[in-house]
Design a protein around this ligand. Sequence first.
Ligand SMILES: NC(=O)c1ccc[n+]([C@@H]2O[C@H](COP(=O)([O-])OP(=O)(O)OC[C@H]3O[C@@H](n4cnc5c(N)ncnc54)[C@H](OP(=O)(O)O)[C@@H]3O)[C@@H](O)[C@H]2O)c1
Length: 315
Amino acid sequence: MRYRRLGRTGLRVSELSYGAARGASEDPKQFIATVHACLDAGVNFIDSAAGYDGGLSETVLGEALQGYDDVFVETKYCPYESYAVGAAYIGTPQALVASAEESLRRLRRDCVDVFLGHGIRTLDTLDRFMNDGCYDAMCQLRDQGKVRFIGISELSEGDGTHQVLQKAVPTGAFDVVMLTLNLMLQTAETTVIPLAHQHDVGTVVMMALNQSSGHSGLTSRHAARELVHRYIAAGQLPNDPPYTDPELLDFLEPYSIPEAAIRYVLAHDVTTCCVGMRTPERLAANLRAIDPPYMDLERLRKLRELFGRIQWQTF
Ligand SMILES: NC(=O)c1ccc[n+]([C@@H]2O[C@H](COP(=O)([O-])OP(=O)(O)OC[C@H]3O[C@@H](n4cnc5c(N)ncnc54)[C@H](OP(=O)(O)O)[C@@H]3O)[C@@H](O)[C@H]2O)c1
């Protein structure tokens, strides 16, 4: 496992990290086995959130991490009614502090390494978060030693061109951002990533596999083809060859689609590729993607030519 610097935090973070959004309630034993397999493989960064699995992600993660001190934990407070794009903003500093305290209790920690505002999705609500006391409350948690570093994640299905992060990163307010980059939604490449580099902000990439539903996503040839069809239906790709060709993605071979998807992310100047994985077998497959130079320039060029026009995330 290789490690990259998480921007100005100075933390050395494994380039493959673990996204703990799913699996904790469904099969806690398997979730714990996957966390332990990650740690054994050198993964030292795990992303969770107060809202994942109704808090069970943090609870089971807390159990899994008993006795493991050398792992960085990131968690989040969501200041919206739900994860839906149009959900109402309901953030308050009191709720943010209460959420952070609950997260610490569930995670069985005195301090989390990174604490994020979860899914900030419009410029208007970013402005509210910065000025209604929520941001100040995050800073106070940092001053009190309850969180080490602060940041925000975006909601790319509502903000495919990263308007929120493009505004937030240059303010210097945040140490870390969590953003979407994948071989179809490439918009971060020329927007947030260079900005984050310029301002020394750590970049945690989510949805490398486009948050696959099983039917559509970057998890298999079949699911990737379905995703291309959905981009065509959404009017973001032409309904013409090569997009309609079954062999559209064959040039990625010998990599599997998920391997190519992780390689694509790691070929960029980002800190870590945070992937949701429900089993140790998934992890074992994804570990195949972590050898530099990750992906050759010709494949990267071809991916840019094919999908660089996509501006909005589709699932
Ligand atoms: N706004 C936000 O802050 C936000 C939004 C989304 C995600 N996140 C974070 O980012 C993390 C990653 O995003 P994500 O989990 O939504 O999406 P993702 O990593 O793009 O996709 C995860 C899905 O890919 C599947 N998968 C992983 N490796 C695979 C492989 N080798 N072969 C086939 N399938 C594979 C997993 O299946 P199985 O489950 O069957 O293993 C899982 O369903 C989340 O866990 C969460 O921590 C944050």
